[in-house]
Design a protein around this ligand. Sequence first.
Ligand code: NDP
Ligand code: 2IT
Length: 449
Amino acid sequence: MSKIDYVLASIKDRNPGEPEFHQAVLEVFESIEPILSKNEKYLEEKVFERMAEPERIITFRVCWTDDKNQIQVNRGYRVQMNGAMGPYKGGLRFHPSLNLSILKFLAFEQTFKNALTGLPLGAGKGGADFNPKHKSDREIMRFCQAWMLEAYRHIGHFTDIPAGDIGVGEKEIGYLFGAFKKIKNEFQGSITGKGPLWGGSFLRPEATGYGLVHFAEYMLAEVGKSLEDKVCLVSGSGNVSQFAIEKLLQDKAKVVAFSDSTGFIHDEEGVDEKKLAFLKELKNEKRESIAGYAEKFKSAKYYEGSEKTLWSIPADCAFPCATQNELDEKDVKDLSKNGAILIAEGANMPLTDAAIKAVQNSNIIYAPGKAANAGGVAISGLEMTQNRLGRYWSRTRMETELRVIMQGIHENCQDTMKKYSLDEQDYLNAANIAGFERVAKAMVAQGSW
Ligand code: NDP
Ligand code: 2IT
């Protein structure tokens, strides 16, 4: 067994029963293997083993009382993955399926993503196996307060700064931030994604979706194309999807499908601004299934369940924005057969390993989430800066900042492709290598911790 295979095998051994974490580690490992084998220093310093071992994992009991006065017990988490680049930074996910494998994969990916933003951000991820669906606002508030009552000791603007992810939006961030402020008696930038009236940054809600579309614009420009008139599929219908759709419409693309955990919508006429406003209200205010969209708009058809996926709809561009492993090999083959030219990931790790291999055997240009969805955490990083300065920057300024950062990540990927003689448009290996190198250098410089 080569030294590198041994490293990978030992990481798998140390983390049994964690398939998502193995998948994320293997993907990065395959990309950086050529660098590791040429750079004895990284092997000697055990940089990769250290990156794959969280600096700290906090798990805790979260007890709260529901509206029927019953005590409920959930499990809370914070994985503090890597602090080489700055304080731990990354979102919180509230979803019943959440476990350590998912959190470790998310925190691991966050390490490279945050490095790619060029901002001083370490990496973390957290949340709970709490299901916010069908809960009253009061229940959500009590849950968030109970989560923070334990987690606050590990959180702070120079230590660890959570934000949103699946199931955690502005409402939950408000309750979490309010609890932190009350417990610590301190108004500090300890969480990002706050409302713009109370310490939040303009454009943070839009940042992941808008940044994703900016990244796609740069990818297409590289091959002499644009988003105008392109038929697009966007999975999910939450924060990232809604603002990806919004920016795609501004770019004159045609969005014909989106989804949620109940099924998907195919709207042959395409989503327009009015329909998007309806979708936002349906998902954000009413918190209902997307089925209501097809009841309202006759051009749309709702497909329930998961037998058929939206990826079988003929389209030019695909933007997975729901969750991990939502596209398998068949989905990518369907997209390719139908002539798709681009897949850009708004979600974290939405392609299975086999799906990525299928992309590599196709003509589709593909950007991994680490690069393409980094706009959200980038604007979070700038929310931290604004909080430290005690200032608000304008929306116009934030739009420029987001564009500049996404363009910078794109250029960094292109430069890395050239530097390491990768295939043209190989964003996967380029993003992994560029992110790895930045963190690896910082870790080596700071000694072995
Ligand atoms: P939201 O909770 O706002 O929306 C998630 C969407 O995905 C919903 O439409 C939800 O359906 C759907 N979904 C969730 N889980 C599943 C599942 N298991 N199967 C099918 N559909 C599912 O989350 P976000 O939009 O914030 O996050 C979406 C993705 O983007 C995640 O992978 C997240 O990690 C990633 N991401 C988010 C960032 C952010 O700033 N928020 C930044 C970078 C990446 P339903 O409404 O039925 O629950
Ligand atoms: O996956 C992600 O990058 C996020 N959920 C956003 C993290 C953040 O700190 O804004």
